[in-house]
Design a binder for this molecule. Structure first.
Ligand SMILES: Nc1ccn([C@@H]2O[C@H](COP(=O)(O)OP(=O)(O)OP(=O)(O)O)[C@@H](O)[C@H]2O)c(=O)n1
Ligand SMILES: C[C@](O)(CO)[C@H](O)COP(=O)(O)O
Length: 258
């Protein structure tokens, strides 16, 4: 019979690192992507709100464009966040800002370096995915709390995938990923969730040029658990994605009755 007098230990606190230091070249000329406005609010604020909306997240580290840390800190201070408070003061969600690096991997590592030691679970979430629903955030956190060392949200593919490299001999048909293989493929999103030690080890040991943190953990031979993603967790990459993001916000306002 379980000892009802002894409360179960509190789960380790959760911190989130938001890499927001990219230039947004594919989005076209303008401010760094994370500072571009959606419905008048910078993208990174939407992303920070999405993570702060999770009751499990108690610290958000925003990795700012290298010369934009002061601007990002004043943006966080200027925007009321659900249950959160501006950076530097205590609250359900606290915020730190650090300058980013030349690559996404370097920016994430700089964010990791800023985490206080008590955070045992770490999310890494692109500022470029500003509209991720909080349910997706909590699904990732729950899977890490259930023992997964690395967790990614992902969606099935909706397009045929064609491999165009390596170049094939002239005249030979380029391989198309067969339907059965496509059925086994997923489009991986963020937030990705990690046992902190595993993520730190991956950033210390893996130097391959990979595009996400879970791939670095896989290089260590660790298993990555896949949980359902969400179509609203799409990444704002090209100009049309801004239009889609504005439309998602408009639909949310309609559904919320204002
Ligand atoms: N040196 C970098 C590069 C990217 N990122 C972040 O990583 C996320 C995903 O990267 P991506 O969508 O490629 O953003 P950019 O690198 O800005 O886009 P582009 O490749 O079009 O320049 C973004 O939130 C971006 O801000 C970062 O923090 N530091
Ligand atoms: C991390 C990521 O969002 C997972 O899909 C994606 O790999 C980022 O790719 P990008 O080329 O840095 O935008």
């Amino acid at each position: 019979m379980s000892d009802v007098s002894r409360p179960s230990p509190a789960p380790p606190p959760v911190a989130a690192v938001i890499p927001a230091a990219g230039r947004g070249v594919r989005l076209g000329p303008g401010a760094p992507k994370a500072l571009r406005a959606l419905n008048g609010t910078p993208m990174l604020i939407h992303a920070a709100r999405a993570l702060a909306a999770s009751r499990a997240v108690s610290l958000v580290v925003v990795v700012a464009p290298p010369d934009g840390a002061a601007e990002v800190k004043s943006l966080l201070d200027a925007h009321a966040l659900p249950g959160g408070t501006p950076s530097g003061s205590l609250g359900r969600t606290d915020f730190l800002v650090v300058p980013g690096g030349d690559t996404r991997q370097e920016s994430v590592r700089l964010g990791l370096d800023a985490l206080p030691p008590e955070y045992g679970i770490v999310l890494v979430h692109d500022a470029a995915r500003p509209l991720v629903p909080v349910d997706t955030v909590d699904t990732v956190i729950e899977a890490v709390r259930d023992g997964a060392r690395a967790v990614v949200p992902a969606l099935p593919l909706a397009d045929t995938v064609k491999e165009v490299e390596p170049a094939t001999e002239p005249g030979t048909p380029e391989p198309v990923v067969a339907t059965p293989v496509r059925a086994r493929l997923r489009a991986v999103q963020t937030p990705q969730g990690f046992d902190r030690e595993t993520l730190v080890r991956a950033h210390e040991k893996v130097t391959d040029d990979v595009t996400d943190d879970a791939s670095m953990v896989e290089r260590l031979g660790e298993r990555v658990v896949v949980v359902p993603g969400h179509e609203e967790a799409f990444k704002v990459t090209r100009p049309l994605d801004l239009v889609l993001a504005e439309a998602v916000l408009a639909r949310r306002r309609l559904n919320d009755g204002f």
